[in-house]
Each structure stands twice: as C-alpha cells, then as structure tokens.
Ligand binder design. Sequence first.
Ligand SMILES: [Zn+2]
Length: 429
Amino acid sequence: MPSFALVKKTLAAIFLSATALCAQAGTIYVQADRMVDVVSGTMVEKPALVITDGRVTALGAQGAVPVPEGAERLDLTGMTILPGLIDMHVHLTGRHDMHGYEGLAESTGDETINGVIHAEKTLMAGFTAARNLGAAGFSDVALRRALAANRLKGPRLYVSGPSIGATGGHCDNNLLPPEYDAHSQGAADGPWGVVRKVREVKKYGADLIKICATGGVLSKGTQVGAQQLAQEEMDAIVAEAKRLGLKVAAHAHGTAGIKAAIRAGVDTVEHASFIDDEGIRLAKERGTYLSMDIYNTEYILSAGEAAGFLPESLAKERVVGKTQRESFTRAVKAGVKMVFGSDAGVYPHGDNGKQFARMVQFGMTPMQAIQAATVNAADALGASADLGTLTVGRYGDLIAVKGNPLADISLLEKVDVVVKGGEVVKGRP
Ligand SMILES: [Zn+2]
C-alpha cells in the first residue's frame, strides 16, 4: 500500500508533466532571421509566426506578431525557415540495399518494419510530408494510419497501395520462373481488369493511384522506353480514379508512354526520362506535373552492384540517367510544372535532399527547386489547404537551416530544425 505522501508526490508529478505536454502541443512562437516565401518567391527578413494546436495562427514581422501568453518560444536566430519539405516519390517500405533477387526475401511484415524506420529518417531529413508510390500488402496504408494517429514519427503520408500495371510489366514480379506463379498485387490487363484494381486499391485504403505506363530500370526483362499500358487502359484507370476522387501518378520513362499517360489525364508523370518536345507541350497544355528523380542515378551507378541491382538494370541506368537530366533541363526551360520526387528507397532514405543541388545544377533556380518541394507538391497532392506554404490556417510544418539556402541550396541536405504540426521533432536549440 503506497503512503499518502507518495501518492500526493506522484499525482503532482503527473500534473506537472501533463501541463508540460499541453504547453508543447498547444502554442509555439517561432522567430528566425529569414523565411523563404514560396508563394511570392521572395526572401522575407525577420519573420515570426505562431502555431496553435498544429496549425499556423499568426504570421508577420517580428514585433508585429504578439507572443501569446504561455507560448513555447523557438528562437531560430541565424537561421532561415522554410515550409516543411514534400517528397512526391518515395518507397518507404523498400530498402536501398536489397534490390533484385535480394528483395525477394522480404516479407510484407519486413517491409512494414522498413517503413517505420524509413519514415523517421525521412522526417529528420526535413520532409514533413511524402507520397509513397507502390507498396505490397498495403503496408503503406498501415504506416499512414499509425503516423496519422501519432503512434510513429514520420511525414504526413499519401499512399498508393500496390502499383497497377500490365502482366509482365515494370510493376509485376518477373523474377521467378512460371512454376512459382508469382504476380504483383497490382498486375492487371484490359480496361475492366485495371478498373477492378483501381476499385480494390481504393477499398483497402489508398489515397491515390500509381500506374506503370512503361518499362523501367529496375524490373527484369522490361524495355525501359516501351509503353506497357494501352491508351484504353490508362483512359479507363484515370476515369475510374476521378470518379472515386483519387489522383493518378504514372511511372513513365518512354516517349510514347509519357504522352499516352498525359493524354489519359494523369496528375503527375514520374521519371519522364525520354520526354520529347510534343510531350513537353502536352504537359504544359494539360497542367501535368513532372516528377523527375535526377539524383539517384549517382547511387545506382556507384553502389548498385553491391545493392543487388540486376546487371540489366545497371546497363539501362547508364542510358536513362544521362538522358533524364537533359530532359529535365529542357522541361524546366519550357516552363513545365515540376514537383520534387526523389525515388528514395532506390537510394538511402534520409538522403532525399541531395536532389536539390542537382535540380539547380540542371536548370532550376534555388527558389524553383524549393517551390517544387513545397507549394507545387502540395498542389499536385490536392492538399494546398493544408500543406506547402507557411500561411495562416495551414499545418505548422517548417524546417530551418543555418545560412541562406537561396545562396547555397546544398544546405537542404542537412536540415537543422524540423517542426511538424507545431512540435519540434529535431534540433531544439
Ligand atoms: Zn519509384
């Protein structure tokens, strides 16, 4: 039987920690030297903002924004704040060091655990939201649920469930001989076959649809440039997805497949490696976003053999990586809408930000590269009311770096402070 004094002491301790928790989740006042305003495309000096119950409730110049009574203070003097970053193409349930036949040994359970580990790495790299494109067994839906319930640390997730693609195509499992009868969950054929998959993916909790319009680098026996879904199949997928209120992301490297996907009305084209001038014109006309993973070629070509990539994948990447960077430069010059998509999982999670410097090297201004990962990404997700900018009413998701990222974009490879929903998850000074 505990003594009365001990009970009193314990109750007091519980009360104290409860009030500490309330203050933390309640209101936070943030000030910094600079803020990247991704809407106007300018740098703002001496900003201050208040986040209350997870959302931005005040924003302005220091001195003009009153510090609410009892608010926690986060003083980021010497630093630049930006909206939380958004990676539009990640594979959280996949490991960078288990490709090709190595990956066959991974169960859905293993993949779910991978997701838990990689979600935290992604958040710590400054990505407070991410779009996961393709996962077996709806492990990505489980991950999103646990993150949304705050049971895990990680970005706000938008997930596709299994990728939908043709039998024998890039998103099927082509590694085993016929007696194993191995198929990926999303393999389907014909307009009604793929429509059924769209309905199934929605039924089990996906937020969006991922399709494989063409061959790919990492799949066995696919020609990277070849179209794999017929126009009729993509038209049927997009029409059904729209009826269900879902966006569609299309993996497409090859010229014809890219254009067929844009004509079908997909929201984002992933990779877009061999896009031609007509494809660029179509993307501009239709407002289709391109999501071009122009960093990961460096990882595949340097560490690929040890990571288990198939020899044919390495051969394909030697051609694709170089062409994709040239295509990126042409698309940026033409003014096509772009989002930041890294394909992390092909390369190590947490290194997502390494792509920023390549986006600048191959034609973007630093501001454009940051906009691709913030305001544009939120628009492509259909989540502009919540994400992508530091604006009153949006989530209180922000990052901070020492120095000026518009002068040195590589600062985004090592983000110092991460705040998600008003909670400081990294780098409290
Ligand atoms: Zn991918």
